[in-house]
Design a protein around this ligand. Sequence first.
Ligand code: SF4
Ligand code: SF4
Length: 156
Amino acid sequence: MSKKLLIDLLKLRDFPDSKADAVLLTGNPAKSFKTVRELATFLYTCRRCENAPCINACPAKALEKEENGIVSRAVNLCIRCKSCIVICPFGTLMNDLFEVKTSGYKFFNITDENSLTQFAELFPDDVICIIEKDANPDENIYALNEKILIKESIWS
Ligand code: SF4
Ligand code: SF4
């Protein structure tokens, strides 16, 4: 079994600013630089509202639902107005979620094992740890990708 990062999403949310983020690095400007928190929040915290208020409120048309029902933000369109954050009835989206990270930040590649190991080392083990384990919904542990597991209490 290969090693993976286990990220406790709730604790990561509340962790004091670490000046570090694991991000998606792609050639696609709509997707590049999405943080692990943004990806995990839309994948596992968001309730995928049928007539999503966040999408309707977005003045930049930066939010859309993908075919699988997951809400996705086009990074290159988002003007960071926070309308979606304010209107979400479940408090899914937090104020700091889409902020531009200024200088002094370290970015780690969400798909690279070495990079993720360095990222994990910046956090206490109860926030992010390296384990040999698979996703297990009974423990509220879900896969974000093949290298990252997310611990989150999913709504039902
Ligand atoms: S309003 Fe909130 S819970 Fe509903 S789809 Fe948008 S982000 Fe998800
Ligand atoms: S912050 Fe504003 S522009 Fe960006 S996704 Fe939310 S509503 Fe749209």
